[in-house]
Design a binder for this molecule. Sequence first.
Ligand SMILES: *[C@@H]1O[C@H](CO)[C@@H](O)[C@H](O)[C@H]1NC(C)=O
Ligand SMILES: *[C@@H]1O[C@H](CO)[C@@H](O)[C@H](O)[C@H]1NC(C)=O
Length: 181
Amino acid sequence: MFSPLCSLPFILFTLFFLSIHAQTLIHGTCKVCSQQDPTVNYQFCTTSLEAASGSRHADVRGLGKISLRLTHTNVSDTRSHIKNLLKKKASSTQRMRLDDCFELYSNAVTDIKHAMKSYKSKHYEEVNVLISSVMDAATTCENGFKEKRNVVSPLTKRNNVTFELCGIGLSIIHILRVGTK
Ligand SMILES: *[C@@H]1O[C@H](CO)[C@@H](O)[C@H](O)[C@H]1NC(C)=O
Ligand SMILES: *[C@@H]1O[C@H](CO)[C@@H](O)[C@H](O)[C@H]1NC(C)=O
């Protein structure tokens, strides 16, 4: 059967069974992720994972855990950031959008915490659902601003980072599930 992922088994073999340099593992994993899901940016993936503590000695499952941890930190930070923005002056339309985003990110923090627990117990299907909902939160938050003219999203970059980190998490879970079949 032909598919764009036909070389995946080989790459997986390389990732799982050869003892390779940690940096190669991060690069290889990010390569598979960006092939599986074109919205995963290879450069962003390698930069984020390499900068994370503990990633040098992590295996693929460890990298998945790290991606969830990064998402958690990021999402929590963005929630606080929105809280601060709400303390400042804002137009009523912008305030309405920010209120929505605050609620979305509050739920996202809960979801990602739950996802980390499910990941620990290898309930990958549940982790998938939870990460997808965090991803949706970022998209919904960003789209809220797009609906209104004259309102510029102050969260574009942060929403994108959330989206990207979730994409990495989902892809790594896909690797783990395909690899354990
Ligand atoms: C969020 O993720 C981005 C990209 O990895 C990183 O540059 C930024 O420092 C992170 N922020 C927090 C608070 O973790
Ligand atoms: C989101 O971030 C990625 C990685 O930094 C970048 O490639 C992409 O263009 C960004 N997308 C948007 C809509 O800003």
